[in-house]
Design a protein around this ligand. Sequence first.
Ligand SMILES: *[C@@H]1O[C@H](CO)[C@@H](O)[C@H](O)[C@H]1NC(C)=O
Ligand SMILES: *[C@@H]1O[C@H](CO)[C@@H](O)[C@H](O)[C@H]1NC(C)=O
Ligand SMILES: *[C@@H]1O[C@H](CO)[C@@H](O)[C@H](O)[C@H]1NC(C)=O
Length: 352
Amino acid sequence: MDHMLALFLLCPFVFLSAVTSQNDNVCSRPQLAANIEMDEIQRFFNPGAVLALSCKQGYTPVLGPRTIVCTDSGQWAKTKLKCIPKTCPFPDLLSNGEIYYEDTVYQSTINYTCHEGFVLTGASTAVCQANGTWSALVPECKPVSCGLAPIPQFGMIVYDKLIRGNTTDYGVTGTYKCRPPYVVIGDARAECTASGTWTKTPECQVMTCPPPENIYKGYMSNNDDRDYDFMEVIRYGCHGDYVLEGSLQIVCQQDGSWSEKPSCKAPCSVDIQRGRILYKRQKLWIENLRPNRVLHKDIVSVYCLDKARNCGYAVPSQCIDGKLKIPECFELPGAAEYQLRSGSLPSEIDQC
Ligand SMILES: *[C@@H]1O[C@H](CO)[C@@H](O)[C@H](O)[C@H]1NC(C)=O
Ligand SMILES: *[C@@H]1O[C@H](CO)[C@@H](O)[C@H](O)[C@H]1NC(C)=O
Ligand SMILES: *[C@@H]1O[C@H](CO)[C@@H](O)[C@H](O)[C@H]1NC(C)=O
């Protein structure tokens, strides 16, 4: 071609007609299918010219041939050459994370993300390169780590699982405790959060209770006039025939108050002047109950008469804090009758 161009430039008149007559039979630059390229840069090719075709970077040739020839008629011979994109291997799984991609061909991208509580180490994206390899290795999702939980003064933390070394992973939980008399002020539960920090550390503070008050007819195991610490205990008792009802002891609670106090309940007297009673499985003439006193919660029965059937029956009543109600059916015998004919009292005749 260079040779022809030189002749043309030297003798324009001689060759002009020859060139124009040949113009009909030269091949113009070929239209190439997608992703096929060629090295030659000129616009026209003479019949017989052979043009080498290749695939663009990142594409692989299939079918063929990979050359085309300019025919005498000025047409390029056909080729079935196709260039298809190279593919990269499917990416490996990412544990504790997600992989996003639409395709694995040349120029596709993969996006990597980690689940909450994990940090990505490595590249978060990779591109499929011309040589069919990914531009970056699969990254790693490493658990967020918090370090050991801060410990408040006079306190400690009990982790819910064994901790090795001095790091803790995201999601590790524990419970704060304070040495008595200190108590946890704030949230006792702790957790290593996704941001790599521990939830707010509570404080250990002393909580005291005021000196406890005595109870009516009772006494205390300790009545120092001082504040009492969390968990300290006071026991109560009752004087004489009073009976303690409720818990034997009170404890200074976490909120600085005492648990519920017991109370002393009064004994009862059996208010009949004459008659027989049933008390603790014994039949007693009332004058033989000495002293005339039964304790709180004790049960005492008196005898009533079933007039229709002429028989006697015991009717129970309970002593409740000093009050013992005598059943209404009870009839107090007259003094003379009681002395002379005691055998006819409801307690002595046949029982119903
Ligand atoms: C990857 O992330 C980029 C930037 O956020 C986004 O434009 C693209 O659509 C993502 N690709 C896939 C496959 O999710
Ligand atoms: C693939 O191409 C990339 C970028 O040009 C290069 O860094 C890498 O070494 C190549 N890999 C292979 C296996 O040829
Ligand atoms: C705790 O971590 C520090 C570095 O942060 C290290 O020097 C130390 O040896 C670790 N202690 C234990 C008990 O692992």
